[in-house]
Design a protein around this ligand. Structure first.
Ligand SMILES: Nc1ncnc2c1ncn2[C@@H]1O[C@H](COP(=O)(O)OP(=O)(O)OP(=O)(O)O)[C@@H](O)[C@H]1O
Length: 253
């Protein structure tokens, strides 16, 4: 695996990494009344495993739509989105954005973590149970004890990594906004995704907590080897990232 930062020759597409996200020529047209509208226009980008790429741009420039394509929630009209898992071969490549049905749901469950501004945590559920609830192992009932232990160990490891080691038994409704954002990041990484998609995670936080969450996302992306797209409007948060791509009218500016 290549954990080196790619050379900063271009803000978007960089030298190919053996692991990470590769998007080429991503174009999305939608029917808007009687007109065809181009929401994304030939977007190229690379994000190596463990690296964070900031995505910014004016409202309506296509940032969330780009995340939706990478997250198999929206199939592009043209172009290719691929998640490389250690080589550029069919066996080590997950094709993203080809369809949005059950195969896409499986890809999301196995390979993609999402962090949104609205964390969608259950306020009455304990922190550890939030993490247990998204584990794909929870789908097989009854769980063998060894699998349950593996899930609990992963949850404990992540809570420690995000600085909430003592909070596992707390109910989410009792946590501060910054702590909830941390639970949100931990939960997104439960299934060891190789791709992490983050949309405005600091919008509801003050600057200091926002900065901590951004630093946390960078560290967790690196430590977990997750290629990460980080959408934000917040200049302060973006300034902390090594690479930022700006979209204007669906194009890389
Ligand atoms: N399926 C769709 N049908 C019609 N229009 C769409 C569709 N998906 C997105 N759009 C339009 O595409 C444009 C880009 O939307 P998108 O949400 O990606 O922008 P954004 O950069 O994330 O904006 P914001 O910063 O406000 O969240 C918007 O004008 C939106 O209304």
């Amino acid at each position: 695996m290549n954990h080196h930062s790619p050379a900063l020759t271009s803000p978007a597409a960089t030298s190919a990494a053996a692991s990470g996200l590769r998007m080429r020529g991503i174009t999305l047209d939608v029917q808007d009344g009687s007109q065809r509208r181009r929401i994304l226009d030939s977007v190229d980008l690379d994000v190596a495993a463990g690296e964070v790429l900031g995505i910014t741009g004016p409202s309506g420039s296509g940032k969330s739509t780009l995340l939706a394509v990478a997250g198999c929630l929206q199939a592009p009209t043209a172009g290719r989105a691929q998640l490389l898992l250690g080589g550029d071969t069919p066996e080590t490549t997950v094709e993203l954005g080809r369809d949005t049905g059950r195969a896409a749901a499986r890809i999301r469950r196995n390979h993609i973590g999402f962090v949104f501004q609205q964390p969608n945590l259950w306020p009455a559920l304990r922190v550890t149970d939030q993490l247990r609830a998204v584990s794909r192992l929870d789908r097989v009932l009854p769980l063998p004890r060894s699998a349950r232990r593996a899930v609990d160990a992963r949850a404990a490891e992540l809570l420690e990594a995000v600085g909430l080691a003592d909070m596992g038994a707390r109910r989410v409704g009792e946590l501060s906004g910054g702590q909830q954002a941390r639970v949100n990041v931990a939960r997104a990484l439960m299934n060891r995704p190789q791709l992490l998609l983050v949309d405005e995670p600091t919008a509801a936080l003050d600057t200091a907590s926002g900065t901590q969450v951004t630093q946390l996302i960078e560290r967790m992306a690196r430590d977990n080897g997750a290629a990460t797209l980080y959408v934000s409007h917040d200049a302060e948060q973006l300034a902390a990232l090594n690479r930022v791509l700006t979209l204007v009218d669906g194009k890389v500016a």
